[in-house]
Ligand binder design. Structure first.
Ligand SMILES: Nc1ncnc2c1ncn2[C@@H]1O[C@H](COP(=O)(O)O)[C@@H](O)[C@H]1OP(=O)(O)O
Ligand SMILES: [Mg+2]
Ligand SMILES: [Mg+2]
Ligand SMILES: [Mg+2]
Length: 389
């Protein structure tokens, strides 16, 4: 293991953030060096700048809504999951800003669509979303555009209908990941990533309620630190974190612990999203001593990327199909920080198959040293659960 004290960013010759000071631990790995090699001829700096701007402005819209959430702001989708004016507003803003900053309509794979908003009974809701989008854009002060109409907002939302896939570039967006956390006033994230030829090449996670300081051992939902975090990663260039109000970025790295007794693990706050029983069995088998840290959304990946915890376990109920927007940004934020993300069978996640992830049972995340023991504990625990049914 090497200890780097960086006055610039000497990670590789294609230095992305020469103005940074950072203290980081790093390990050399074949997977990260091959990612670097693949990235050597490609720069996504312009797209990353656009993505950071889009996610930050969308986060402002979400913060405004979370402060004054009205009953009428929340609706139910056909799958019974909640959706709010902020989910739609955030998607419209990200879609609109990407188009404006990059001067072309983005191919966007995003969670929401305008179907319900086009219904007659949603007219008032749509007006409220348009008003929120226009107020947020005007409040930013750097986006030169005349106010958007309801139709402009619907069109921006519907840009998110792309199917993704293995060819070309596609943006991947969850405008509010963790809507249930958002409604509770807890953690949520605006998660934006870029796929190039089926691979995630950059990711941005805006986490408005995540403290800038470590949440290890603290009650994160009552923290006084309200700045919010913006994590960003570009393939081959590492992961950085800054405050949502624009502090200097610092480089982050996953926990390097090899000892499960020192490791804490993250899982969904919602028991309906991931089996708490199975993760408890895995943690016990592995020798983890600390109780689980339950957080909504991809904020888990952000917190993991800076070493607040060492493991993330996610086991949705049988039959639930994971979507690429629920993991793409989080995946690269953790991978570029030195972490490993696989399905429960140890296979890397494949983001090239369209809107869905095709995977074995669940998703697990940790550092390279702990992964073999974690995979063994996962395999044994799943086996025990199956034989006890
Ligand atoms: N039944 C479910 N099982 C697993 N995940 C779900 C389920 N319903 C919604 N989700 C999605 O899981 C993610 C949040 O999981 P968690 O917060 O538990 O990590 C969100 O993307 C949420 O969607 P959404 O983006 O609509 O909030
Ligand atoms: Mg949703
Ligand atoms: Mg989501
Ligand atoms: Mg969502």
């Amino acid at each position: 293991m090497l200890l780097h004290i960086n006055a610039t960013t000497p990670l590789h010759s294609k230095s992305k953030f020469p103005f940074l000071f950072s203290l980081s631990f790093s390990t050399t790995s074949s997977s990260s060096s091959s990612r670097r090699a693949a990235a050597a001829s490609m720069s996504y700096d312009k797209q990353l700048a656009a993505a950071k701007k889009a996610a930050s402005v969308a986060a402002r819209l979400c913060q405004k809504v979370q402060k004054s959430l009205l009953q009428s702001d929340v609706q139910s989708k056909s799958d019974k999951s909640p959706v709010t004016v902020a989910d739609y507003g955030s998607q419209a803003i990200v879609s609109f800003i990407l188009e404006k900053e990059l001067a072309s309509i983005p191919s966007l794979v995003a969670e929401e669509d305008s179907g319900d908003l086009r219904k007659e009974e949603s007219r008032e809701t749509l007006h409220r979303i348009t008003e929120l989008v226009n107020d947020t854009i005007a409040g930013d002060g750097t986006i030169d555009v005349s106010p958007l109409s309801d139709e402009d907002v619907l069109t921006a939302i519907d840009n998110g209908k792309s199917e993704g896939g293995p060819h070309g570039q596609h943006w991947v967006l969850d405008p509010i990941d963790g809507t249930k956390g958002f409604l509770r006033g807890d953690q949520y994230a605006i998660a934006l990533a870029l796929l190039d030829e089926g691979k995630v090449v950059l990711g941005v996670l805006a986490c408005p309620n995540l403290p800038l300081t470590s949440i290890a051992g603290s009650n994160l939902n009552s923290s006084e630190d309200k700045a919010g975090c913006l994590f960003f990663a570009e393939v081959g260039a590492g992961t950085y974190m800054q405050s949502l109000d624009g502090s200097l970025p610092t480089k982050v790295h996953v926990s390097t612990t090899e000892n499960p007794e020192e490791a804490s693990f993250f899982e969904s706050f919602e028991a309906a999203h991931s089996s708490h029983d199975l993760s408890s069995l895995i943690a016990t088998k592995l020798g983890v001593k600390a109780p689980p840290v339950r957080i909504d959304s991809q904020a888990k990946y952000g917190a993991l990327s800076r070493g607040d915890g060492a493991i993330y376990l996610r086991f949705p109920r049988r039959g639930y199909i994971e979507k690429i927007w629920d993991h793409a940004a989080g995946y690269i934020v953790v991978a570029e920080a030195g972490g490993v993300v696989t399905d429960a069978g140890g296979k890397p996640l494949d983001f090239s198959k369209g809107r869905y992830l095709d995977l074995d049972t669940g998703i697990i995340v940790t550092n390279e040293k702990l992964m073999p023991a974690l995979l063994k504990a996962v395999r044994e625990s799943i086996g025990e659960k199956a034989s006890s049914l």
